[in-house]
Design a protein. Structure first.
Length: 132
């Protein structure tokens, strides 16, 4: 289960920035009773969407989450704790009224007290969007 609150603001009208914020808490429970897979979490996200040159739209987001696991990992005999931070930048480039392309750069840092779960990931993606 998870519970959260989200807010949005659009100061300046249709071509102005759209600000979005979210905070949440919850617990993940596996189907089997394995404490090392059950965890509580809390986090926050923020994003802004801006009109760019021409008809482009730019989006930037930042997300943070902390997870505390309930039981020790059998291999390490230690209870896992993660803190994750992710940032992303996206631009939507319309090709016509229906189609657009969305290049995105993102970076994620997961800090964990268990080495196999402590990592960085950087991604570049290209998506195509169709509106019907």
């Amino acid at each position: 289960p998870q519970v959260g609150v989200t807010g949005a603001a659009v100061p300046g009208g249709a071509r102005g920035p759209v600000w979005i914020g979210n905070a949440y808490v919850g617990e993940e429970r596996p189907r089997q009773s394995l404490d090392q897979l059950r965890y509580r979490f809390h986090g926050a996200r923020g994003a802004v969407n801006l009109a760019g040159p021409g008809s482009t739209r730019w989006s930037a987001s930042l997300a943070w989450e902390e997870r505390r696991y309930a039981g020790a990992e059998p291999l390490f005999d230690q209870v896992r704790r993660d803190r994750q931070l992710e940032a992303a930048l996206t631009v939507e480039i319309p090709l016509d009224r229906q189609w657009s392309v969305l290049p995105q750069l993102s970076s994620l840092r997961n800090r964990s007290n268990l080495a196999p779960n402590d990592f960085r990931r950087h991604q570049a993606q290209l998506a195509v969007r169709a509106r019907f």
